[in-house]
Design a protein around this ligand. Sequence first.
Ligand code: C2E
Ligand code: CA
Ligand code: CA
Length: 449
Amino acid sequence: MRVVANLAASAGWLRLGRGVSKDELTGLPDRAALLWEIERARDADACLLVMNLRGFAELTDTLGYTTGDALTLSIVERLLPVTPGLFAHLGEATFAVLLRDAHNPQQVVAEMLEALARPVAVEGVALSVTAHFGLASFPGGATSASELVRRARVALAAAHRRSVAFAEYGPGSEAHSRDLLTLAADLGRALDDPGGCGLWVAFQPQVELNTGRVAGAEALIRWSHPSRGEVAPHEMLPVAEQTGLVPRLTDWVLEHAVAAAAEWHRAGRYITVSVNVTAGTLVDTRLPERILVVLRRHELPADRLVIEVTEDAIMVDPRRCREVLVQVRRLGVEIAIDDFGTGHSSLAQLKRIPSGELKIDRSFVMGMHDDPLDFEIVKIAAVLGKRLALRVVAEGVEDQDTYMQLAELGCTLAQGFGIGRPMPKAQFDQYLNHPPEIARRIAPNLHAA
Ligand code: C2E
Ligand code: CA
Ligand code: CA
């Protein structure tokens, strides 16, 4: 089902020139052909759309490359009839459309999106696809064909970042991509620097609902950047992801979290420490070994460490993720399903993960007081946890009513701003010795460890 034959459809503009090369899978012009055509189009007011399918890499990882290829072909078939300019395939899930001034790029994007609105059937499975578009124009001052492609890709990255379908290259785009690179470079340096260059780990207390004992701490990354001020996790983590810094970041947090827990252990306190890991970390088969090395170095019993994974991270590659987590569990480390209730996993999928803890997402906990539906969801999660012998942690506890209700429902641990905000290690130690009055107003049974 090659679509080579359809190439003619996009040849209204394109009179395929000398040496034009085609992409082997789709038969569409490839990157070299696109660059050649852009050079020829420089006199016209040409512009370039680059399109990318969201989640494609995860899909091929999960369903295999044959399915990925079939999906690519189905998508090309859908798009060809609505694509007016030169339609090229740049590899994997990335396509480009070279348009003349006569075309309205936004209109073209709208038509392409409409063509993709219905799920695409591949091997009997209906797959929903989401596309992002980046646009760059020649009159904008691009000096070469490859520069035009680069600019369209910068715009595409902005569309991804902002979770919008379309973004156009403009004066601000460059500043942003430079900004991202500087931030990534700073983060890389901070991870290397023994002093951390403003990077630190905050600990948020988790209180045992039936005893009032501080039984755990969640380790959360913080960055007090020397010139930018506080950089929040949701700004830092995408930068780390886009620049391959995640494994080092995870190791950095793990090191500091385990060091803290080892100190509590030496002081005779039984406090677990929870560390968050991302989807990319979960499919890394070296993760169990990395964890083991840190535990040994700090002589921390493995049962004091909890690894938090989200449902969506598991779904990226359930099989591989399970293999890695089974190894982690074998070390004696606990596994928690984070943000429970918000993801796209099935209970069947979760059953295969060797987890001992469910963390109910804070969106339900924060709403349970006013919204009966949220209350029911928390209740069901608590029952599920109890039946499956899992620890149930409720996140986002901000007031006493919620704390009491959670205790009644039989949840194990409570965590939230009302009990304690994420804080530096030294402050956490003080908290253990003297829980502040304000926290005891929310958690009346809270006591010194
Ligand atoms: P998360 O894993 O769900 O972490 C809990 C987040 O909820 C934290 O936000 C915490 O400050 C916030 N929180 C806790 N209690 C309350 C409450 O009562 N009310 C409200 N409104 N919020 C509460 P934070 O620290 O900004 O982290 C955001 C997310 O960034 C985390 O969500 C986690 O997904 C990610 N993250 C943070 N640190 C790390 C890290 O070291 N590694 C990785 N991979 N991800 C991290
Ligand atoms: Ca978490
Ligand atoms: Ca969470």
